[in-house]
Structures are given as C-alpha cells and as structure tokens.
Design a protein around this ligand. Structure first.
Ligand SMILES: Nc1ncnc2c1ncn2[C@@H]1O[C@H](COP(=O)(O)OP(=O)(O)O)[C@@H](O)[C@H]1O
Ligand SMILES: [Mg+2]
Length: 469
C-alpha cells in the first residue's frame, strides 16, 4: 500500500501485512528519516529502503546509520530491484539467525530447569557450561565456575574412580558411575555421574558433557539402613549368646549348691555364697537381655508399671558406669496401664540410655513414676488437650542438655548428634511411636549444661467400676 501522511503511515504499519518498506525521503507532509525511525521502532525485522530524488550523500549515510537497509536515488531507479532482493535476503537471514538464537536460549532454559547439575568442561578440565542446578548443588554461581578447573573446584582429591572416568570417556565416549565431590563449603557430596565425550566437526575429542544427580541423602539412608540391619543381627546374636550363657551358668549354680552341702568351714561357705550370688545375678541379667532382644513379643496386657520400672532400674544399675548415680522413686499405689510390656520396657530403656549418654562424666539419672489426673493438658508434642487419669513416668538427667534449636529435631528418625556407630537417631522416634500407640504422649524440658527431663504420660487402666446406670 502507498501512504502519504503520518497518520496513514501509522495505520498501515499497524496492519502488519508487509515485507518491505520503501520510503521517499522528501515526503510532502513528514520527513523520511522520521518515517524510518517509526518503522525501526515498531517493525525492527522489516527492511526499509529509502528512495529519494533530493537526498544528498550525507543524509543517505545517515539513513543507513539509523537502520535503513539501503538507499536508492531516483535517477538510478534501475538499482531498486536488486536492492530489494538484497534487503529481503538479509532480512530473512536475520530472522533465521534470531530463531536459531532463540532455540539455543530455550534449550539453555530447559537445561536450567533440569534437576540434575549439567556441566561441560574441555579436555583441560576448564568449565565451559554450568547450569542452574549446578549452581544449586555446588554453591558456585555460573560466573564463578566458568573457566575454573573442574578438578580443583569439585573434588577433594584425585580418586581412582575419577582417573577411570577420564580414561574410559576418552576410550569409549562415555562413563557412568558414582563420584565423591565437595560443594563450596567443602561438604561432601555423592553424585551419580554420566559423562559423554563431545567431538568437534572433525571428530576430535573436544569436551565432556557431564550430568550429575545428587544422591548424597540416598547414600546416607543406605548407610543407616545397613547399620540398623547390623544392629538387628547383633540383637539376634545376643539372643543366641544369652541362651548359651544361661546354659553355662546352670551347672555353676548347681555346683555351688552341691558343694555347699559338702564343704565345711565358714570361709568356704562365704566364697560359695558369693559365687552363687554372682551366678544368679548373671542369669537374671541374661533373662532381661533375652526379653529385650526378643523385641516385639507379647500382645496388649495389663502392665504393672511398678514392676517394669523396677526391672529397668535393676538393668540400668547393673550395666551403667558407677559415675552415673541412679535414683528411683515410684509412687506406692501406681495405676496400671494397658499395653505391651516389651515395648514399654524399650521406651524406658531408650530414655535411660540417652540420659546416660548425656552424662559422659557422670551425674544423676532419676526415674520417677506417679499417678496424675490431667485436665486439658497440652505439651509441645501433644497439641490435643488430654484429660483424665494418667501415669506419669519421668526420666531426668543432669547432663549436657538439648539446645532449643535441636528440640524440634530430636524426635526425627535418624537425627543424632552422636558419633557414627554411637547413635542411630532412632531411640526417640521409637519412643514417640510406642507412646503414641499406647494412647499416651510425651513432654520434654531441657536446659543446656543443666540437664534434661523427659515425661511419658500413659493413660491409666483403672479396674472397671461397678455400673451405676
Ligand atoms: N537426655 C538427653 N540429653 C541430651 N540430649 C539428648 C537426650 N536425649 C536425646 N538427646 C538428643 O537427641 C538425639 C536423638 O536421640 P535418639 O533418637 O535416642 O538417637 P541417638 O541416641 O541414637 O542419637 C541425640 O543424639 C541427642 O542429641
Ligand atoms: Mg538414643
């Protein structure tokens, strides 16, 4: 279409159906350069050719500077067709180029959305590409990582696996395996790594494309499961050993009895008495270990907590270091509870073991139990108000205490502050699980450096009252 005024021109630009703009430099109503500016602004992809009879060389050059594709003087109009052809080809090329760039940008955006860390490094180990997930995983931004030596950035040292990876990717073009790396803070990471060799057009190895999946957590869990498995095996073994020990002790016990009838003399009797007492105590401890190792035995029964507490007290007294003083204070007429004695035994023992661990240099562990009638009691672990008759068992220590930041974490499975092999992080989560399944709840109070108190509330099982209705 052909337009003469600025208004017509703008209207025509708005309808979008054109491939090329031919602009007369000296329009009657507005200036050719102004027309050019408007076109460049609204349709940067459309080529503009300025045609003029009056334009001087300088203005022509100015029009090129402002983005015209070409200019043609009116006395040399024969040049116009070839100028148009050239402008159109250049415009198409520019569009293609732009599309290609867009595709690359889109692909890069996709790579950034990937959960895996994706990086490219050349054969000298320099990092050439680093996606968003790599930033997240390692803590280095792309700007910091690009150009760095990947070995120095990501690996605590040269490992056999790394050497194997480098060699195999050159020989076979790819490698898959697990690698130990470190992040920016120097914390260890385990990644499942896939390497593939990128070649230049001549087929020469040029770079490695590497995709790393973070499996640090999975590895940790696996290690923990293996540890628990080991503990279970030890539990099973303990059961077996306890049986054998029991069988060994039986003749000793019997022997002390038989010898007692034959040996005369006060000294002899005294020695025999000590031997007998020791053997009895040994067999008593074995019985307890057996009951514990059997684990989930026994259904729901009326549990005499008083007896259970006394048993735990004996076990703890017999096995904990002397430096841990043990105080036991159990109310005279303690309510019974309904539940699984083995599991409740485990609850108390876990709490006692934690208390002991909190007092490596000794202290006081106290075990208390009393009846209590609750009236809408809530604790941090029990948002639902609880009412009615309960038995409250308190296990408290004078140990290192628990800092407020850790309070919410200690009941999480696998949370432990103890050295590997010392803690499983399963004690308190087991305690919580068992207490909940008994319809009870927990409370905990602690002061760093002073000690910790755990309270276990279990609903009392009262003898059924005679019906009144
Ligand atoms: N009585 C306590 N005093 C101080 N810290 C405790 C006490 N009981 C538990 N904790 C903390 O809670 C963590 C989790 O305990 P637990 O689940 O029994 O696992 P573990 O004993 O195997 O570490 C412990 O590692 C410790 O940090
Ligand atoms: Mg524990």
């Amino acid at each position: 279409s052909c337009v003469k005024t600025k208004e017509e021109y703008e209207a025509a630009l708005a309808d979008n159906s054109f491939d090329l703009i031919l602009s007369d430099y000296s329009l009657p109503h507005f200036d050719g350069l102004a027309a050019l500016d408007i076109a460049r602004q609204r349709h940067p992809e459309t080529p503009v050719i300025v045609v003029s009879g009056t334009m001087d060389e300088e203005t022509a050059v100015e029009s090129l500077k402002r983005g015209a594709a070409d200019y043609v003087f009116k006395d040399r109009l024969s040049r116009l067709p070839s100028a148009i052809r050239r402008a159109m080809t250049a415009a198409e090329e520019a569009t293609r180029h732009q599309q290609a760039e867009e595709t690359i940008r889109e692909q890069a955006a996709l790579l950034d959305m990937a959960k895996d860390a994706i990086l490219v490094r050349n054969l000298e180990e320099r990092i050439l590409y680093w996606n968003k997930s790599a930033e997240r995983l390692y803590g280095w931004s792309a700007a910091e990582a690009l150009g760095q030596n990947a070995n120095e950035l990501l690996y605590p040292g040269d490992s056999l696996q790394l050497q194997q990876a480098r060699q195999q990717v050159l020989e076979r073009g790819e490698w898959v395996g697990e690698l130990q790396q470190v992040n920016r803070e120097g914390q260890p990471l385990t990644v499942e790594s896939r390497w593939s060799l990128v070649r230049d057009p001549a087929g020469q190895p040029k770079a490695n494309l590497i995709i790393n999946t973070d499996i640090t957590e999975r590895k940790k869990l696996e290690a923990q499961f293996l540890r628990i498995q080991r503990l279970e095996t030890i539990g099973a073994l303990t059961g077996g050993i306890a049986h054998d020990l029991n069988n060994l002790l039986a003749p000793i016990l019997l022997g002390t009895q038989l010898l007692g009838d034959k040996l005369a003399g006060e000294d002899g009797q005294k020695i025999l008495g000590t031997m007998r007492a020791s053997a009895l105590r040994g067999s008593e401890m074995i019985k307890q270990i057996l009951a514990f190792a059997r684990g989930v035995g026994g259904g729901v029964v009326v549990v005499d907590l008083k007896q259970l507490l006394a048993e735990v007290g004996r076990l703890v007294r017999g096995t904990f270091l002397r430096a841990v003083r043990i105080q036991i204070n159990i109310a005279e007429s303690l309510y019974s509870v309904l539940g699984n004695a083995t599991q409740l035994h485990q609850v108390l023992l876990n709490l006692c073991v934690n208390a002991r661990d909190a007092m490596p240099r000794g202290g006081v562990l106290s075990l208390e139990a009393s009846n209590i009638t609750l009236d809408g009691k809530v604790t941090r672990l029990q948002p639902e108000p609880a009412s009615g008759p309960y038995v409250m068992v308190t296990v408290s220590d004078t140990g290192q205490g628990i800092s407020p930041e850790l309070m919410d974490k200690i009941f999480e499975p696998f949370f432990t502050t103890k050295a590997p092999g010392k803690g499983t992080g399963l004690g308190l989560s087991t305690v919580l699980g068992i207490v909940k399944s008994h319809g009870g709840f927990l409370d905990v109070a602690s002061e760093v450096g002073k000690g910790t108190t755990f309270q276990v509330y279990l609903p009392a099982h009262l003898p059924t009252e005679p019906a009144t209705a």
